[in-house]
Design a binder for this molecule. Sequence first.
Ligand SMILES: Cc1ncc(COP(=O)(O)O)c(C=O)c1O
Length: 348
Amino acid sequence: MSKQQVKPSRSFASDNNAGVHPQIIKAIAAANDGHVIAYGDDPYTARAIKLFREHLGKDANVFFVFGGTGANVLGLKAATESHHAIVCAETAHINVDECGAPEKFTGCKLLSLSTPDGKVKVDQIKPLLHEVGFEHHVQPRVISVSQATEMGTVYTPRELKVLANFAHDNNMLLHVDGARIANAAASLNVKLKEITKDAGVDILSFGGAKNGMMYGEAVVFFDQSLARDFKYTRKQGTHLPSKMRFISAQFEALLSNDLWRRNAEHANQMAQLLARELRKIPQTRITQKVEANGVFAIVPKKYIARLQKEYFFYVWNEETSEVRFMTSFDTTEADIADFVGLVKKTVR
Ligand SMILES: Cc1ncc(COP(=O)(O)O)c(C=O)c1O
């Protein structure tokens, strides 16, 4: 191996650090055949949208974009005006990891709620509605939740329905940041439609990259009126991919033969295995329910740097020494055995 070559390795830093599933690579290569009309007027995009509708219902209005931040920002923009507010968890990606893009592009204020498990509850939102109609205050318009959450937890269909009903009773909409929607559906053992359309979700960012795609996400509206001008919003928001067929072909592969579910199930199972093994090590403590592909744990500070050298992962909370381990479609049992062995050796 030359000096320039990087040793193939895996980490627990992020499901975005994983490569691309071989079937997705195959789909990209197969789509690389001749010319088709650019910007989505092609057979790959038509077939991918048809598949989305099979999974999410025939009313799904589907738009492909490059990435997850773009999906969130533009989906939210379609539903808001700048005097509105978007209610979300303090830990929400839109609140902490999008460099203020939702505020910049929607003009809305984000009202963030403290949520120990990453899940927003109706009782927390109620006090924010006291000033509805009062011109001195922003007007809550969207509840945005992440499914699975940034804390590795999952909303049940019932919990989503409660949020959706509350939103609709109060002239609001429910947005789901579904960067890990597949992990949530696999965890709950439900169809994608049961935690989106059937649960009353209005706007969905549907993730691809964290579940084996190279890049590409979808914005889905379940209400035609929200989708009406979205083609302009997407273009103005710089997320209209010219060679759209290569995103569409990936989604076609992901949504066929249950690849989306198999990838997500595997990642979730690897998180369960990692958590089971870490629970046997008294120096570490799991801090969240492990419901998707994230494991949160307290690991004494003095050991972290050493562990990170071999298997990189992020410290979630410096103060409490809580770290986050993410598993992905390509995490293996051997990776986990190796890492757990390293933890045991390090804390001994
Ligand atoms: C919950 C959540 N939403 C959205 C995203 C999308 O981010 P990106 O813009 O990097 O694709 C991420 C990525 O880390 C995420 O974790």
